[in-house]
Design a protein around this ligand. Structure first.
Ligand code: DAH
Length: 370
């Protein structure tokens, strides 16, 4: 019996002194495991005489129960301590500043497009769209390009391989085909719901979109953006065109007035044709609009050629109109000072973070442009 008392005292002392769950489990195995000290004592009952067994059995069983209870109690204490330590270490300090989040930015081209759309919407223009993949008729023929016009040639236009019918589709080289799609009144529905179907004059639309040419340098990229404008009504003349563009430019650059000049030019789809320049100053590496002695070309324009009206089924003796085409990326470059047009499409997030706009500064006529 004394043996058992010593064993028990010793075991209980060791259990009480255990500081971690792994050691406690090792103790449990050493005492109550298959060949643990107490298990061996229990086993020894089998080889005793009935009298001895009666004398020793209850004591050994009670010993086993007390040791098991002590282990469980210690286990509960150690587990609670472990949980407390975990909770203390993982405590959240709610007063800490939140980690910085990556912010997206609105691309300057999209910002400029939205600004332009907001201004033209105020002037009473609605939006029209056309497909990026065009056919020769809409991109060239209907717009009065002569059959051998150099703009149709490979160095300018991205042509697709000819289809089974021999037709070569193109990536549209400008947004002017949307003029044709808007003026044409056909019985066939447009190829996609967002593509303008023809409408009766009077017409007042702008058409923003992507355009493509085989060209790449600091001021040209193979994909770029244009906004086309078209007005068809009775008694329309160059004065309307000039007022519209002057008003637009002053609003766009957020100036009371800007000095512009119209230079005669040639486009197959307008007669007369012009390019409009805006007065600017580029000395000091920064573009300042409305001052200085330099001119920057901003927009091609003119009075819609009677052949174009005829090609779209509109009688030029009744209806006249003007049209214009802006390079959006170029205009953005002038307003926000990006040095190289190619950077605009390089997908460099550092560039975007620098030149991009907050999504909260969406331009609208009431709150200002940017
Ligand atoms: N389509 C011309 C271009 O890409 C721009 C242009 C010029 C559009 C005159 C027009 C216009 O509507 O009247 O260079």
């Amino acid at each position: 019996m004394t043996d058992h008392t010593t064993l028990e005292t010793e075991l209980l002392a060791r259990i009480e002194a255990t500081g971690d769950l792994a050691t406690l489990d090792a103790l449990r195995v050493a005492a109550l495991g298959k060949s643990g000290t107490i298990s061996l004592l229990l086993k020894s009952l089998g080889s005793m005489s009935p009298d001895e067994r009666r004398a020793n059995g209850p004591g050994i069983n009670a010993l086993r129960d007390r040791v098991a209870a002590a282990i469980n109690a210690r286990k509960a204490v150690l587990e609670a301590a472990e949980l407390d330590a975990k909770l203390a270490a993982g405590r959240l300090d709610l007063s800490l500043p939140a980690p910085p989040r990556r912010k997206g930015a609105v691309h300057p081209t999209m910002q400029v497009m939205d600004e332009m759309i907001a201004i033209f919407a105020e002037l009473g223009f609605s939006l029209a769209e056309g497909p990026d993949i065009e056919d020769d008729f809409h991109n060239f023929t209907a717009l009065n390009f002569p059959p051998k016009h150099p703009a149709r040639e490979m160095h300018d236009t991205f042509f697709f391989h000819p289809g089974p019918d021999g037709e070569r589709k193109v990536l549209r080289t400008h947004t002017s085909p949307v003029q044709v799609r808007t003026m044409q009144r056909t019985n066939t529905p447009p190829p996609a719901p967002w593509i303008a179907s023809g409408q009766e004059p009077p017409i007042r639309i702008i058409s923003p979109g992507r355009t493509y040419r085989q060209d790449s340098d600091a001021t040209h990229t193979p994909m770029f953006h244009q906004i086309e404008g078209l007005v068809i009504d009775r008694n329309i003349h160059m004065g309307h065109l000039k007022w519209t563009l002057d008003t637009f430019i002053a609003r766009f650059f957020e100036l009371d007035s800007v000095v512009t000049r119209f230079r005669p030019h040639h486009f197959p789809f307008t007669e007369p044709s012009a390019e409009m320049d805006v007065q600017c100053d580029t000395s000091g590496g920064e573009v300042k609009i409305g001052q200085g002695s330099e001119w920057s070309e901003i927009v091609g324009c003119g009075m819609v050629h009677p052949n174009v009206l005829r090609n779209c089924g509109i009688d030029p003796d009744v209806w006249q109109g003007f049209a214009f085409g802006f390079g959006v990326d170029r205009l953005g470059r002038l307003k926000y000072g990006m040095p190289d047009l190619r950077d605009m499409f390089a997908s460099d997030v550092r560039w975007l973070a620098h030149y991009g706009f907050s999504a909260f500064s969406a331009p609208n006529p009431a709150s200002g442009l940017s």
